[in-house]
Every structure is written in C-alpha cells, then in structure tokens.
Design a binder for this molecule. Structure first.
Ligand SMILES: [Zn+2]
Length: 290
C-alpha cells in the first residue's frame, strides 16, 4: 500500500507535467460505471459520475499537494474552485502519458479507471489493479470532514506535541504502540511498512502498551517514524508488489528495510518474527526490540 513517501514521490512526479493544465475531458472505465450503477461506488466516491465530471471537467489544475497519504488537486474555473482528492488504496497509481498505450506496465495499463485529458496533450491516468483506491471531487474540504482530523505533517515542528497529546489520550494509552502510530490522527502518513521499520530502529516492540513506554522511548519512536518517512521519500519510496511512481519507476527504500518483508533481521542477523496486530501483519525482531 502506498504510504506517505510513495505518495510524495507520485506527487513530485506528476506535478511538473500537470500543474497549470486544464482538464478537457474525463473518461471512466467500464468497471467504474458498472460499480456506480450497482451502488458500489468503485473508486469515484461521494458523488455521481456526472457530478464528478461537472466538478472537474474544464477546470484548471492550479495547485497540487500531499497531506498524509492523500494527494489534493486544487481546481479552478471562472473563479469557482473545487478540490479533487485521491487515496491510492492498495494498488492505485497515476501516469502522465500522451496515450493510454504509453503506460509501459501491462497490469496498470489494463486496469485504468479514470482518464483526465489535459489541454497540454497529456493524459493523467488513474490505474488501480485491486480497486481499493478513492477519488473524490469536493466543493471544499468540509464536504469530507475526516481529512480535517489528520495529524500535522510529521516534518513540521508542531507534529511532536500533537503526537504526544494524542498517543497519551484515552483512545490510545492502553493500546499497543504500533496501533497508535498507524492512526493518521496521531501521525500523518505512517502505514504498516514504515511503522515496522520505525519500531525496530527505536528498539521498541510493536506490542508494547503505550502507557508502559518511557518518555524517552515515546520520543525515540516519533523521531524514527519521521526519519524512516524521510528516508523513504529520499529513496523514491518502498516498492513492494505493485507500487510505481508516476514515471513507472520503482523506489529503493525496500533495500534499506531491516525487518519488513525480511526473514533475517538487517540489524542483528536473527530471525524476524511476524504477528498480526490490529489486522496488520507486523514484522519485528525480538532480539533488537524490547
Ligand atoms: Zn535484530
């Protein structure tokens, strides 16, 4: 699943190609149309396909930014503004290409779902093999209030105080530390891979209950989350299974993983253990983590 570093790399990849361009047509795949007709809302959520088109077609893309694992597109037409937001689910991706045929990865080409024709000759194409992704076109963010509850970006100064405040609250204090750091109201954008990698670097077992951690350990966990997310961004993301950035390239962060997807701990050479915590398969080293 694309986490913050992967989404940041997608954003950086598409931004120079689509910023300032106007959307001149929007096309949906048969799966999206059939999903809407059967009430399943495949990928396009929150509005009808007609409304989605009305809120995006003929609009100019005036700004693109990432928050947590979402990409936001600010759209403008005759002083009217809309916000399009995208979450990639498990296997979503964007490609910016002249034609659909130019997507070099067969599985993604085959599973295209939304094509935005741009006035600069490119198409912005959303592909999604497993179709857990979401795209919404909003009048404003208040139409989808859960995004307003996302923690500050982990790299800004207020993020640490926010994290301490949230993780020590009633909701998380009796929960395993991993559950806390996976919640985007506590830290923005840290998914399963980066949570596992941050916890081994902090030397803290994922099952430890928040109230049992010392202040120093809590601080170390936060610092390591920020560090692995930054390393992930700098490495072009972790390419596990179907993740590609917008140029169809894979990242290299997986080469730096110490436990996630590993059998042998990258730090001590011991056996990596696995355990399901809050439905997520957690990788950890009992030797390096206490
Ligand atoms: Zn180890």
């Amino acid at each position: 699943m694309p986490e913050l570093p992967e989404v940041e790399n997608v954003k950086r990849g598409i931004e120079p190609k689509i910023l300032g361009a106007t959307i001149t047509d929007v096309t949906f795949s048969e799966k999206v149309i059939a999903g809407k007709n059967s009430g399943k809302a495949t990928i396009i959520k929150g509005t009808s396909l007609e409304t989605f088109k009305e809120r995006t077609n003929q609009y100019k893309i005036v700004q693109i930014y990432r928050r947590s694992k979402y990409i936001f597109f600010e759209l403008e037409k005759n002083n009217e503004t809309k916000i399009m937001m995208c979450h990639f689910g498990m296997t979503g991706a964007f490609f910016t290409v002249p034609e659909l045929e130019d997507i070099g990865i067969e599985t993604h080409k085959k599973h295209w779902h939304v094509i935005f024709q741009l006035d600069n000759g490119l198409k912005l194409i959303y592909t999604d093999i497993r179709r857990f992704g979401e795209i919404r076109a909003l009048e404003d963010l208040h139409e989808y209030p859960s995004v307003l509850k996302i923690a500050p970006e982990p790299f800004v100064t207020e993020a640490y105080d926010h994290y301490l405040d949230k993780i020590l609250s009633k909701k998380f204090i009796s929960k395993p530390i991993k559950v806390g750091i996976l919640d985007h109201t506590v830290i923005a954008g840290c998914g399963n891979i980066y949570a596992c990698e941050a916890l081994i670097r902090a030397g803290v077992l994922p099952t430890r209950i928040v109230s049992d951690l010392t202040q120093i350990e809590l601080k170390r966990v936060f610092k390591e989350v920020v560090q692995v997310l930054q390393d992930g961004i700098d490495s072009g993301g972790s390419s596990i299974s179907d993740y590609y950035n917008a140029d169809g390239e894979k990242g290299t962060m997986q080469e730096k993983h110490l436990v996630y997807g590993k059998k042998i701990c990258g730090q001590c050479g011991g056996t990596v253990h696995q355990q399901v915590i809050a439905t997520r398969n957690t990788h950890y080293c009992p030797n390096c983590q206490k």
